[in-house]
Design a protein around this ligand. Structure first.
Ligand code: ZN
Length: 188
């Protein structure tokens, strides 16, 4: 379990962000699941819709965890990169879309374009869990370009952004490049 000081810190930080914020959340691998769940809980409780790019867990598993955490899943939209990569047979729904694999970065962008129309303007956030997972399957230069494009897309559309990055697993250059595109880096 995560220590309650970390929860308090993240709650304080996410509670006072400027308009149209993009935040990079850095943490240790062992804390990443709890931190991700807590962040989505805090922000959906504030009334925001969550657009999740799932690179660590299949969408079904993620939804189960959200339900356990009492997150309002009607507010949750998922772009799942995991199921098809693992050969799990799945159908898309209005709120869950699948891309072929972890490395289909263009497809993630296209799905984002499609799914963002489901979000109420200025009342949503994009959540990428995690950059480090995507980095395992993608060339770092391509991934940086992808993150850059995705952040431009969400800024244009007045969507907020939150990116999880894992301290032990991220390449320092990629981290620096992505951090400079964010309004704030929170390390917990
Ligand atoms: Zn899935």
């Amino acid at each position: 379990m995560m220590n309650s000081d970390i929860f308090k810190k993240i709650k304080g930080q996410l509670g006072k962000l400027p308009k149209n914020w993009i935040v990079m959340l850095e943490t240790l691998t062992k804390n990443s699941l709890d931190l991700g769940l807590e962040s989505v809980k805090i922000l959906t409780d504030q009334g925001l819709d969550a657009l999740i790019v799932s690179a660590s867990r299949p969408c079904n598993k993620l939804l189960e965890l959200y339900e356990e955490k009492k997150i309002d899943t009607k507010k949750v939209f998922i772009i799942c990169t995991v199921c098809k990569s693992q050969g799990i047979d799945v159908k898309d729904t209005k709120s869950i879309r699948h891309v072929r694999s972890y490395d289909s970065l263009m497809e993630i962008l296209i799905s984002l374009e499609k799914i963002k129309s489901e979000l109420k303007k200025e009342e949503g956030f994009l959540f990428i869990d995690s950059i480090s997972s995507l980095l395992i399957h993608n060339d770092s230069r391509k991934l940086s370009q992808f993150i850059h494009r995705i952040l431009v897309t969400i800024r244009i559309n007045n969507i907020n952004g939150i990116l999880i990055s894992l301290n032990e697993e991220i390449n320092k250059e990629v981290r620096a490049e992505i951090a400079q595109l964010c309004d704030k880096v929170i390390s917990v």
